[in-house]
Design a protein around this ligand. Sequence first.
Ligand SMILES: *Cc1c(COP(=O)(O)O)cnc(C)c1O
Length: 454
Amino acid sequence: MKFISTRGSGGAVDFAKAMKRAMASDGGLFVPEKLPVLDPKRAADSYWETALGVLRAFVPELEEAGLAGALHENYRAFPIPVVQTDAGTFLELFHGPTGAFKDVALTMLPRLEALTGGGETVYVTATSGDTGKAALEAFRNQPGTRIMVFYPEEGVSHLQKLQMQTQLGDNVSVVAIRGNFDDAQRGVKAILQEFSGQGVSSCNSINIARLLTQIPYYFEASRQLGQRDLSFLVPTGNFGDILAGWYAKAMGLPVKRLIAVTNDNRVLEEFLRTGRYDRRRPLVKTSSPSMDILVSSNVERLLFHCFGPQETRRFMDELRDQGFYQADPAAFRDFDAQSASEEEVQRAIRTVYEEAGYLMDPHTACAWAAWDQLGRPADHVILATASPFKFPAVIQEALTGQRQEEREALAYLSSLAPVHPALAGILERPVRFDRTIDPQEMREEFLRFMGGVR
Ligand SMILES: *Cc1c(COP(=O)(O)O)cnc(C)c1O
């Protein structure tokens, strides 16, 4: 199995190289040259076995016992349950070390790196809140690796910020930028392109290893629920999570509908409905910061699969130069799109707690609101992408009508449910990283981290 660039040049590389580079040399993203087809009924008794079947199909060159061992160890203490409640069915992806679904993929990255030969790698990563922490934790004190994370100063929740600022480890650095997530992501992509092939990679979902390790949980939902034809509601930001679902469908998983759900930043909803991608608008700050994005990286992969490399390059150039492009929406027939307003998010959190005693984080609540808008169809699975304990103030406000400080909100939430281990004691941990820079300074900051000017 080879991986090729969405923009057509740059040749074909194996998985190890695609993971090590994150971006192709022509500025595109790596995609599998073809999508393998699996028998959705093949036997698996647990998540790690499901994942083994999926990953083997993409990386057959990895020794099976080694990969099996890594998956078994990684997911042993990381349940991924489907939870059926009186108010919907949730695929809970947040029981990993940092309380975000990003853990599902990022905990595997160091293991995959070791299996593919290791070596020295510096990871540079932009985050809208959850990726940064999950990546820092996954690579903390991993021999041969270092990791630097940039986050928008005002674009993440208070606890998300604290989770990163208090990060432990000798090989990590965390820096805030005066800008939004799109600024951070642009800066990271520029660094990746400049240092392409020099041992610099990324933990963002532009890294194909992220996507491949997110495919198994769609199969897993189907396994736990008894193989029915399911639809999935996916809170969507950078379009990685839902693209993994689309890959699962292309690989033979019976999926009826894939519903991308946005918050008040509705670029993707518009795009999937009309084919017009238009980033020329203000970014709205919402209670679901991981979805506050105007330029979603993984749309480029969808474009490639639907239209091929020439068109993809043209669309990406148009997006950069004029701020929009128009594609044929007929190509996106596997997707539906919905959105949830801030008011709907608040109402969703309250309703689900009242009807089912179930607590949702604001991202999951967007997906639930979309499910409610659709008339609550029974065969739809809502992806629960973060622990509610990452957003206690939003939840307290939804449930009580009162907004309080993080400390009070966390205490309130802890009185309703057991606190997620990732957030226990968070307010007492010492801050290690509190630097803020301008986006133009990202390259310099990165060079310093790399150890001197080249
Ligand atoms: C990252 C994230 C999303 C969006 O996932 P994408 O793969 O970027 O579309 C949704 N919810 C939460 C909680 C996240 O951290």
